[in-house]
Design a protein around this ligand. Structure first.
Ligand SMILES: *[C@@H]1O[C@H](CO)[C@@H](O)[C@H](O)[C@H]1NC(C)=O
Ligand SMILES: *[C@@H]1O[C@H](CO)[C@@H](O)[C@H](O)[C@H]1NC(C)=O
Ligand SMILES: *[C@@H]1O[C@H](CO)[C@@H](O)[C@H](O)[C@H]1NC(C)=O
Length: 215
């Protein structure tokens, strides 16, 4: 008889906890509460009773993004800032559109590796390892690539038609650091840019003017 009491208590606890859906869901997702600041761990959790299906669903990736820019490329992102349900899930995605000649210039994501899947057109993609080995391939529709975390990489549409790709990141908030923007959109003094890149001063000034930098 004595042994039955803890067993009955345990069963009671199980029944009680499974009937409390908000308590359960607290451990199954952490939908972003955007009113609290973003931290390295992500956003704090929205109260589970306020969470709806719309926190997890995204749409619009059937539509092209705006490619009227210098790179002739546009992104439609589904990052944690766009979709609260991505908070804490360690992934995100985007649609990328490229006009003929469109590029995603050489860049890195500090905290994410990336896969790219070509849906339309042909894309020449590559990454460069720290020993300066170039890994390069032209992909056709249905082909994809993984860019290892932290390595410099790029996408180029060398074809005559537009191209479309889907990219996925193993971070809900993949930061983009473009080498050209770091050097030529920033206010790093031109003489320092020349010193650290060996690019001649007139070319540094031209690129700063093109990309909106100062100094
Ligand atoms: C979001 O966080 C704020 C500040 O901590 C809090 O007042 C608010 O109730 C939270 N909203 C939801 C939906 O959980
Ligand atoms: C893609 O490349 C193939 C050859 O690999 C070529 O036949 C096709 O026309 C190209 N498509 C585009 C949109 O450039
Ligand atoms: C792209 O267009 C150029 C000039 O119009 C042509 O020479 C070339 O063959 C075309 N390439 C493809 C892949 O269609």
């Amino acid at each position: 008889m004595k042994i039955l009491i803890p067993i009955i208590f345990f069963i009671f606890c199980l029944l009680f906890s499974s009937s409390s859906s908000s308590q359960t869901s607290m451990f199954e997702f952490c939908v972003a509460n955007y009113t609290a600041p973003y931290s390295p761990e992500g956003y704090s959790c929205k109260s589970p009773e306020k969470v709806t299906i719309d926190d997890f669903v995204f749409s619009g990736l059937n539509l092209p993004s705006n490619t009227n820019n210098l790179a002739k490329t546009g992104f439609r992102t589904v990052f944690v800032s766009d979709l609260a349900g991505l908070n804490g899930q360690g992934l995100s995605l985007a649609r990328v559109d490229y006009k003929a000649g469109g590029v995603v210039p050489i860049h890195t994501h500090a905290g994410a590796s990336e896969t790219l899947l070509v849906l339309e057109g042909n894309l020449t993609v590559g990454f460069i390892s720290s020993d300066n080995t170039v890994f390069l391939k032209t992909l056709n529709p249905g082909d994809g690539i993984v860019f290892p975390q932290g390595l410099l990489h790029f996408h180029v549409n060398q074809g005559n038609a537009s191209a479309v790709a889907i990219v996925n990141y193993n971070s809900p908030n993949p930061t983009f650091q473009y080498v050209a923007l770091s050097l030529f959109s920033s206010d790093l003094a031109s003489r320092l840019v020349t010193a650290i890149t060996f690019i001649n001063p007139s070319e540094v000034r031209r690129l700063k003017a093109l990309l909106g930098g100062s100094g």
